[in-house]
Design a protein around this ligand. Structure first.
Ligand code: PGA
Length: 261
């Protein structure tokens, strides 16, 4: 992590917590962080609830002026029209979402999202003023066949093609084998891949873009391993799944700067 980049701790709730549970959770998270005197300049926190929770989360965050950002877990490539079940980036923007996850491995695996589709979602998000969090990562087979960096680097190249060097995006490196497995990558391996991703950004969009773009690690992040990741110079935060559903655990991850030596 480099001082100029504000670390981002993002909680991907996946298909968990309905809108009532979301309100209770966000309220408790805000109180917990407040009580612990969380320094909002030291790390930014964002939650990614299901679509049906977003309006409730917005209402609460705005009413209470919580320093908690939020976003959606997916976005349509289209702006509007006959696309049953899809959600436009314009709808997310009007709920004051800051971010949207794009190309999560579960979307790639269960919904057949290709790099082309993911790239179209990145461009759709940007066109509505949302910051896409582009998720990339290799499977266990990819790791064996191509090593750790090749697949995520190719995914980043393919999905960011054609965007402006002025754009704000976040990259989340999530080895598929580490997601939900309880077996996180080592900090050395995560740093190696995040470093390779930053070089890819530098080659394709220049140094200014590469130096300001946040690259997160995701995959079995917990309060007990976050510090090791955050000590790496190319890791600027985490995308957290399972551990983001426990308020105390997630708040402790958000406050990693208290346990990074
Ligand atoms: P996990 O999920 O933290 O439960 O491994 C991460 C993710 O899928 O974003």
């Amino acid at each position: 992590m480099v001082a100029a980049r504000v670390p981002l701790i993002a909680g991907n709730w996946k298909m968990n917590l309905d809108h009532l549970q979301a309100i209770a959770f966000v309220q408790k998270l805000a109180w917990t962080l407040d009580e612990a005197k969380h320094d909002t300049a030291a790390s930014e926190v964002a939650v990614f609830p299901p679509f049906t929770d977003l309006r409730s989360v917005q209402t609460l965050v705005e009413a209470e002026k919580f320093s908690i950002a939020y976003g959606a877990q997916d976005v349509s490539t289209h702006e509007s029209g006959a696309f049953t079940g899809e959600i436009s980036g314009s709808f997310l923007a009007s709920l004051a979402c800051s971010y949207v996850l794009v190309g999560h491995s579960e979307r790639r695996q269960f919904h057949g999202e290709t790099n082309d589709v993911v790239g179209a979602k990145v461009r759709a998000a940007l066109s509505f003023g949302l910051v896409p969090i582009l998720c990339v990562g290799e499977t266990a087979d990819d790791l064996e066949e191509f090593g750790a960096s090749a697949v995520p680097v190719a995914q980043v190249k393919a999905s960011l093609a054609g965007i402006s060097a002025d754009a704000e995006v976040v990259i989340a490196y999530e080895p598929v084998w580490a997601i939900g497995s309880g077996k996180a990558a080592t900090e050395e391996q995560a740093e190696l891949v995040c470093g390779a991703l930053r070089e890819t950004l530098r080659e394709n969009f220049g140094s200014e873009f590469a130096d300001r773009t946040r690259i997160l690690y995701g995959g079995s992040v917990k309060a007990s391993n976050i510090a090791a990741f955050m000590r790496q110079s190319n890791i600027d935060g985490a995308l957290v799944g399972g551990a983001s559903l426990d308020v105390a655990e997630f708040a402790s991850i958000v406050r990693f700067y208290k346990h990074v030596i």
